[in-house]
Design a protein around this ligand. Structure first.
Ligand code: SAM
Length: 282
């Protein structure tokens, strides 16, 4: 491998990260996995040539897909994560003592094993938590056959290519809805709207057909270039996204978590969409 990892996700926009050291570079059963070191981002993982996570900025992504819906809901007990092999989502969800169980369904065991070995700070021991339940399976099959119900379903997937493509379909979202308790929330990683507009438009239009409330919220994550990333939001309880700041603050103070990005104020602001994004989900 040369001295750079070149991300080829977008046809006309390639991003390169300098490799200081390669820690792992091989084909798993499902995808090509590279873990390397870069001075700015720390240790980083790419799958099939697409950046997935880095030690230095993973907290933004993982905090915004866990703490935000957990505090908005107010009484999450059971969480389902689809994807999430690096364990960062599991770690953040399990920071909440009131959460009784987190089931994580990851298609590729090698991602879990290699991230635990080379990127241990991301999961930070979360796989050993007795409340964690790791299932190695395709997330699409899991939700299609799932009889359990969850207060929160988090889709922590790769982009809609390769094994992740099925996690952006209407039938998958319909099955996710069936896995939710009444008033439960579905949140999704939905790409960077400036460069992946169609992905956001299509997911939110599917949500609108299935749920009473559907939108997206935003956070800027340096690894995912092109502006803020969009997270899909879908629930039948339209009040949850309006949860007042005072209530969010009360919930946060009652059950605080250590965070470096999430605050109740950031939470509220994340739903403020600039017109170039709101136009995509009209
Ligand atoms: N944060 C990253 C991003 O936004 O690009 C994504 C994180 S990475 C942990 C996504 C994970 O989804 C990978 O470990 C991949 O193996 C997993 N995955 C992809 N397709 C899947 C499927 N159909 N079922 C379950 N997991 C899947």
């Amino acid at each position: 491998m040369s001295g750079w990892v070149e991300e080829t996700l977008h046809e006309d926009l390639h991003v390169k990260l300098k490799i200081d050291r390669v820690l792992f570079d091989s084909q798993t059963e499902h995808q090509h996995l590279v873990i390397f070191e870069n001075e700015t981002f720390g240790r980083a993982m790419a799958l099939d040539g697409v950046m997935q996570t880095t030690e230095k900025d993973e907290f933004i992504y993982h905090e915004m897909l866990t703490h935000l819906p957990i505090y908005a809901h107010g009484s999450v007990r059971k969480v389902l994560i689809i994807g999430g092999g690096d364990g960062g989502m599991l770690e953040e969800a399990l920071k909440h003592p009131s959460i009784e169980k987190v089931t994580m369904v990851e298609i590729d065991r090698s991602v879990v094993d290699l991230c635990t070995t080379y990127l241990p700070s991301i999961s930070n021991g979360a796989f050993d938590d007795p409340r964690a339940d790791l299932v190695i399976a395709d997330g699409r099959d899991f939700v299609a056959n799932c009889e359990d119900r969850y207060d929160l379903v988090i889709i922590d997937s790769t982009d809609p290519i390769g094994p992740g493509a099925v996690l952006f379909t209407e039938s998958f979202y319909r099955d996710c809805r069936c896995c939710l308790t009444e008033g439960g929330i579905l949140v999704t990683q939905n790409g960077v709207p400036f460069v992946q507009a169609e992905e956001l438009t299509s997911s939110v239009s599917f949500f609108r057909a299935l749920f009473k409330d559907a939108t997206c919220y935003l956070a800027t994550i340096p690894t995912y270039v092109g502006g803020p990333m969009a997270f899909g939001w879908a629930t039948d309880n339209a009040e949850l996204r309006m949860t007042a700041l005072a209530e969010l603050r009360a919930r946060f103070d009652a059950e605080p978590v250590e965070s470096r990005y999430y605050t109740p104020e950031v939470h509220q602001g994340a739903f403020a969409l600039p017109p170039y994004v709101s136009e995509l989900i009209r």
